[in-house]
Design a protein around this ligand. Structure first.
Ligand code: C5P
Length: 227
């Protein structure tokens, strides 16, 4: 396939406080990882590289095969690293064949609609080197120094970054090869390598499951509705 999706699922999930790697926590009958993979496989055929904690590679492969159905040949699972960036690098090393576009997606954004993937791919097909789904910032923001407010920040010039973040494969590979230091997302890493990043609209459903309250929200969104 022309597109690869790297699903990073190797985080510990400390902030969720459930004592298991976050991606393997159940939302309903399915785990966070399984829901993320269902979303990935709803999009047109892509190579899928799952990055899992080293001791969960087998479990991740089972879940990925279940989600892939008759597309299981497209699935690879590799072990992640200490940081998200190391996990993405491990995933990138496992991309094979003549893939042109690489999307990097947080498993923790388990409910991301397929439309977001489509918008990212469309921006890359339109010529962008890098495409980032973003959401408007709703809170009023302040720059602080300790507990003192320094200034108000104009939120009109700010956005919140989501995933999947998409890149030309060569651009992402070169940026990773050149990276010094840690970046919180791949768009920042690619921007540090001097590449322009284009935004596309994100989706509220692409929120990242980080805290117990986020998990509750995901559970209620998936719960059958009683009218
Ligand atoms: O911790 P946080 O929620 O910001 O992590 C974002 C995504 O990166 C999660 O899906 C997590 O599993 C993944 N991750 C990873 N390897 C790490 C840290 C985070 O794959 N070492």
């Amino acid at each position: 396939p022309r597109v690869a999706v790297i699903v990073v699922a190797a985080g510990s999930g400390t902030r969720l406080g459930v004592g298991a790697p976050k991606a393997f926590v159940g939302i309903d009958g399915g785990s966070i990882l399984r829901h993320a993979l269902d979303g990935v496989f709803r999009a047109p055929a892509a190579q899928v590289v799952v990055v899992a904690p080293a001791d969960r590679v087998g479990d991740a492969l089972t879940q990925a095969h279940d989600a892939a159905g008759d597309r299981r040949d497209l699935v690879t699972v590799v072990a992640g690293g200490e940081t998200r960036q190391a996990s993405v690098a491990a995933g990138l090393a496992a991309v094979w064949g003549d893939v042109e576009l690489v999307l990097v997606h947080d498993a923790a954004r388990a409910l991301t609609p397929p439309d977001v993937f489509a918008r990212v791919v469309a921006a890359l097909d339109g010529g962008a080197d890098a495409a980032l789904p973003v959401m408007p910032v709703v809170d009023t923001l302040k720059r602080v120094d300790g507990d003192r407010v320094v200034e108000a920040v104009d939120r009109a010039t700010l956005t919140a970054a989501q995933t999947p973040q998409g890149f030309r494969r060569t651009v992402l590979a070169q940026a990773y090869a050149a990276a010094t230091g840690e970046f919180t997302d791949d768009a920042a890493l690619v921007q540090a390598a001097g590449r322009a990043v284009t935004t596309v609209p994100g989706d509220a459903l692409a929120f990242k499951i980080t805290t117990a309250a986020d998990l509750d929200r995901a559970r209620s969104l998936l719960a059958p509705r009683v009218i």
